[in-house]
Design a protein around this ligand. Structure first.
Ligand code: ADP
Ligand code: MG
Length: 671
């Protein structure tokens, strides 16, 4: 029968780096162990027993010599292949039990099957059966801290059997137990051996060693004895004990059968493309538990992300609100409006006049869409008892279009009425209330403008409501030529003109072209041009800059939140090295460990992001209620949430890799 395990000249030293002398824990160990043997390794404390077992169980690698398992050179295997051996061939039982403290007995016993790719139901059913038969049926939901030492050791034996436990490696399994529990645990090993499991047991207790069929003695890292034990001489022909079908024997038989099945199955599929759904569910569960366990710390970490996300949402909403305000003003005033009027040249002299001829020339410029001459002055208005001066505007029919100002009732005056000098008037909405308070239908009413009767043909919509310039609503509007002929008889030329560029983008070019044209016509700059469009554009740009700045501040706070998550993840790895070691010892691959820590980072940042969105919407709603100008943007909300999750994941990446790279033995001993 060829050896299952064969060591040739294996050595292992510790330290030795940086000039310190290397401590030789094992030197030139050669031994072979066949399938089904029951071996005790004995020796004084510090003689190298644990080191040997770690090497046998692929938790550690020798630095000299060779280790063959089933004829394969283990040292040459990549990390994941060695994880697979740990998962499929070995079951560990440690002196200190090494159970995961946050998991129940059932979850602990089922852990190796998780990494072998079994779904939750199957692995927990089998773990429950194993625990049941080890006498732990009533304590499946207990956590390690709620169990006695003997009970914890039974859980760890059930865990060693979860994937079959072909080779059971036990490092002083009774060392921490009282005599009674120790004896019970030893009886379990005897019967597992009888079932055909290969058992390698470390002990310094001669009574324990006496039960094995072979005793290997080691001293100062060397094998100094290898003799048959009192438990029997040849493992291969060991008889089934009388009570072989009895209590603890049964799980071994079941466990082994299931384990061999599991080995074949995972050899085909489970080991290399992992059971995504189940493993992911398990990582979420573990992540949730880790988060719940450190509630205060998690909350504090989250605070950074929450504040970051909330501030991104609120700041961008404020920025966008401000911008929309400008856009609305542009809409109200007309987006591309310029004003031109006569004025005094910088070099002095007589004030210039912009004539109708000048305006006709301006209207020819390609950048200009509309030119509207205006004369506006206070004039006495009368109807019934009302008699007060009001501002009367004489303009062309373009006024509603240029000012984006619709008529509410009736209609505006038209070009034909201008030509015919028709005495028609359109009233501002408030002027209509004051001038004709008792009249149900103002259309067709006659009012006196100065002393001339004008017919009311329309009422403007209220402008004050949207632009805050209520005085527009007190004005009256008449055709330009009617005005010159009947009201403003002393005024020949327009007082000013409202000019609309083809588009807001043309406003600056239109201003320049008009300036050049008028300067050429007048020979000097005896006019002035107001460019509301350019001012609004400038305002919009400055608000864009403000939005950008607010967004940057918010992004920085989001980044700080991400760094917080990274910090906590790094601390978590440090705190949980032992847990990582346990998971590796039962066969977790590096990617399983990585996924677990990434999942934790994701969970933390998804929770933080969601809380941040809620807080941001809350603050924003409160500001809205207080009257602030605020526009939420779905893009900003999704973007901030996405960034939070992405920063969280990115900052979890490093700790996750750090955790996955830990050496199993180093992790087990607590880092
Ligand atoms: P045993 O299990 O027989 O008590 P170990 O295998 O734990 O012995 O240790 C063998 C020797 O190796 C001891 O001298 C111990 O101090 C040393 N040793 C074990 N682990 C380490 C380690 N991680 N770093 C340095 N020295 C170690
Ligand atoms: Mg030891």
């Amino acid at each position: 029968m060829s050896a299952l395990i064969r060591l040739e000249g294996v050595g292992r030293s510790y330290g030795g780096a940086g000039g310190a002398p290397a401590a030789r824990a094992l030197s030139d160990v050669s031994l072979s162990i066949r399938e089904g043997e029951y071996v005790a390794i004995v020796g004084a404390s510090g003689s190298g027993k644990s080191t040997l077992m770690h090497i046998l169980g692929c938790l550690d690698r020798p630095d000299s010599g060779a280790y063959h398992f089933e004829g394969r050179d283990v040292a040459a295997l990549p990390a994941d292949e060695r994880a697979r051996l740990r998962r499929e061939a070995f079951g560990f039982v440690f002196q200190g039990y090494h159970l995961i403290p946050t998991d129940s007995a059932l979850e602990n016993a089922a852990l190796p099957a998780l990494y072998a790719g079994e779904d939750r139901e199957a692995r927990e059913r089998r773990a429950a059966a194993l625990l049941e038969r080890l006498g732990m049926g009533g304590r499946l939901a207990h956590r390690p801290a709620q169990l006695s030492g003997g009970q914890q050791q039974r859980v760890s034996i059930a865990r060693a059997l979860a994937n079959g436990g072909r080779v059971i490696l036990a490092d002083e399994p009774t060392g921490a137990l009282d005599t009674q529990s120790g004896a019970e645990v030893m009886a379990l090993f005897d019967e597992l051996s009888a079932q055909g499991h290969t058992i390698i047991l470390i002990t310094h207790d001669p009574q324990v060693a006496a039960r094995a069929r072979r005793v290997i003695e080691i001293r100062d890292g060397r094998v100094v004895g290898d003799r048959p034990g009192e438990g029997g001489d040849a493992p291969s022909d060991a008889p089934e004990p009388e009570g072989g079908a009895g209590a603890p024997g049964a799980p071994a038989r079941d466990g082994r059968a299931a384990g061999q099945g599991g080995r074949r199955r995972s050899g085909r599929s489970g080991a290399d493309h992992a059971p995504a759904a189940s493993a992911l569910a398990e990582s979420w569960r573990a992540a949730w538990r880790a988060m719940a366990l450190n509630r205060v710390r998690t909350a504090l970490t989250l605070l950074g992300i929450v504040a970051g996300v909330a501030s991104v949402i609120v700041m961008l909403a404020i920025g966008r609100g401000a911008k929309e305000q400008v856009v609305r003003q542009m809409g109200a005033l007309g987006a591309a409006i310029l004003y031109v009027s006569g004025g005094v040249a910088p070099e002095g002299g007589v004030a210039g006049v912009v004539t109708l001829d000048d305006l006709a020339a301006v209207a020819e410029l390609p950048e200009i869409a509309h030119v509207m001459p205006v004369i506006g002055n206070p004039v006495m208005l009368r109807h019934g008892a009302y008699s007060r001066p009001s501002y009367v505007v004489a303009s062309t029919a373009d006024l509603p279009a240029i000012h984006r100002w619709p008529v509410a009732l009736g209609r505006f005056h038209i070009a034909a009425e201008n030509r015919e000098l028709a005495p028609v008037v359109v009233l501002g909405s408030r002027l209509r209330q004051r001038l004709l308070p008792d009249v149900a239908d103002p259309i067709g009413q006659l009012v006196l403008v100065d002393a001339t009767p004008f017919e009311v043909i329309g009422v403007m919509s209220a402008k004050g409501a949207e632009s805050g310039s209520e005085n527009y609503d007190d004005q009256a509007f008449i055709p330009f030529d009617t005005g010159r002929a009947r009201v403003f008889t002393a005024i020949g030329e327009p007082e000013y003109a409202v000019i609309e560029a083809r588009s807001p983008q043309d406003a600056v070019a239109a201003e320049a072209a008009m300036r050049d044209l008028l300067r050429a016509r007048h020979g000097r700059e005896s006019f002035s041009i107001g460019n509301a469009a350019a001012k609004l554009q400038a305002a919009a740009e400055s608000r864009n800059a403000m939005t950008l700045m607010l967004g940057l501040i918010a992004a920085v706070s989001l980044l700080v939140g991400g760094i917080g998550v990274m910090n906590v993840m790094l601390m978590t790895v440090r705190e949980r090295t032992r847990e990582i070691g346990i998971r590796m010892a039962v066969g977790a691959r590096q990617r399983d460990i990585r996924r677990q820590f990434l999942t934790e980072a994701a969970l933390v940042s998804v929770c933080g992001g969601a809380a941040g969105v809620a807080l941001g919407l809350g603050i924003g709603t409160a500001l809205l209620a207080a009257g602030a100008e605020l526009v939420f943007s779905l893009t900003a909300i999704l973007g901030a949430f996405g960034c939070a999750v992405a920063t969280g994941l990115a900052s979890g990446l490093m700790p996750a890799r750090a955790a996955a790279r830990l050496d199993p033995v180093a992790a087990l001993s607590g880092g």
